[in-house]
Design a protein around this ligand. Structure first.
Ligand SMILES: NC(=O)c1ccc[n+]([C@@H]2O[C@H](COP(=O)([O-])OP(=O)(O)OC[C@H]3O[C@@H](n4cnc5c(N)ncnc54)[C@H](O)[C@@H]3O)[C@@H](O)[C@H]2O)c1
Length: 367
């Protein structure tokens, strides 16, 4: 595409703020011309975020029908990611779709097929892969300074209690609209990062807990993953804790990796830190070597450029649309692999067994 790329956004809810911040610095090369958002109560905020000239529409096909829209950014509830992507492809418009790509790999495959058939690109906004501090952790791991990677812990904590409105049940509380619960919706951030950091997942075991007064899908989940590399990983999500927002509280997201020669972690709001075991040797009391870090060993911060993930992702997507060099890390095919791990975790809950990957695609239960 030459000149200014004209973007249509489908869905103008909560995550629009992060996307608007991504498009705003790119005003020389792209312009958001229209947003589809049926909830009129959200229109004033959309204009605040994108300017008074942005055209507002209701249902998303209205934006796909516009000739002045070159590409679309899909910020819809998860059950609409498949139909909106298929319709965008049929309209000849390249797609950026928010995570999670779709509710299962069967839907991912339909999205990939539709975009391939139409000759348009499909990119998934897994923003963490473009976030400066998450990239810093990737660079530490890839440098080899940690030695052989043995263990990952990736944790996500929030308080998510969806409230029904005059329009009925919140889509996040609806199993069929969300595609399950917290694991598919948000632990997929951690699953995606684990695959990016450590490579393919070989098998998963999962347990989860549903709190029916909150939502139909699970609010708490824990996944154990055996990696093809030989490392093991623990991933967990809690949507029932306020620990990350309370004073002196705990993390929102924490990625911790341990290798044979050191450890590193990312903690949201704090940054990325590295500890190597090659610190100055000190004399320890006999028998305590395995229990304490030698005096003088300390995590040190690895400072990143601090670019927020959505800003980095949208910058690369717009570069790609403009035919410029672009570092797209999250194609539809790549993001499908993340949905597959989450779907395998659900099959582990259903069967009570460890589920090896790959798994077979099956249609969504209500389709
Ligand atoms: N990357 C992140 O950290 C992050 C954080 C939050 C949400 N998300 C993702 O963003 C996406 C949207 O989530 P959200 O939190 O903004 O949800 P939201 O409910 O705030 O927004 C969704 C919007 O879509 C609109 N919509 C529904 N049906 C529509 C239709 N037919 N046509 C046009 N618009 C329609 C709704 O009215 C609503 O305003 C999801 O994929 C979610 O997982 C990502």
């Amino acid at each position: 595409m030459n000149g200014t790329v004209r973007i249509g956004i489908l869905g103008g809810g909560g995550i629009l703020g992060a996307h608007a911040a991504g498009f705003q610095p790119l005003a020389d090369g792209c312009r958001v011309v229209a947003v589809a958002e049926p909830d009129a109560a959200r229109h004033a905020r959309i204009r605040e975020l994108l300017g008074p000239d942005v055209e507002l529409a209701g249902d998303y096909p209205e934006v796909l029908d516009r000739d002045d829209v070159d590409a679309v950014d899909i910020l819809l509830p998860h059950d609409l990611h498949l139909p909106a992507t298929v319709a965008a492809a049929a309209a000849g418009k390249p797609v950026l779709v928010e995570k999670v790509m779709a509710r299962n790999i069967y839907e991912c495959d339909r999205m990939i097929e539709a975009c391939q058939a139409a000759g348009v690109s499909l990119t998934v906004c897994h923003d963490r892969r473009y976030n400066g501090d998450w990239i810093a952790l990737k660079e530490i791991v890839d440098s080899g300074v940690l030695g052989e990677i043995l263990h990952w812990r990736l944790l996500h904590t929030q308080n998510v209690a969806p409230v029904a409105s005059g329009r009925g049940k919140h889509w996040i509380a609806d199993y069929d609209r969300l595609g399950g619960g917290a694991i598919m919706s948000c632990l997929t951030h951690q699953i995606d990062a684990l695959r990016w950091y450590e490579g393919p997942v070989a098998a998963v075991t999962c347990m989860h807990k549903t709190v029916p007064e909150r939502m139909e899908g699970e609010s708490v989940g824990a996944v154990l993953a055996q990696m093809e590399s030989g490392a093991m990983a623990e991933l967990s999500i809690s949507w029932i804790t306020r620990s990350n927002t309370a004073a002196s509280g705990l993390w929102y997201e924490l990625n911790h990796v341990t290798g044979t020669r050191g450890e590193a972690y990312y903690s949201a709001g704090k940054g990325t830190f590295l500890l190597t075991y090659d610190a100055p040797a000190v004399d320890l009391p006999v028998g305590f070597e395995s229990q304490a870090s030698p005096v003088g060993m300390a995590f040190r911060q690895v400072v990143s450029d601090g670019v927020p993930g959505h800003v980095g992702c949208i910058r690369e997507w717009v570069n790609h649309l403009r035919g410029r060099p672009a570092d797209i890390r999250t194609s539809g095919l790549e993001a499908r692999g993340t949905v597959e791990v989450a779907e395998a975790a659900y099959r582990s809950v259903e069967t009570g067994r460890t589920v090896p990957l790959p798994i077979d695609p099956i249609p969504w239960r209500s389709s």
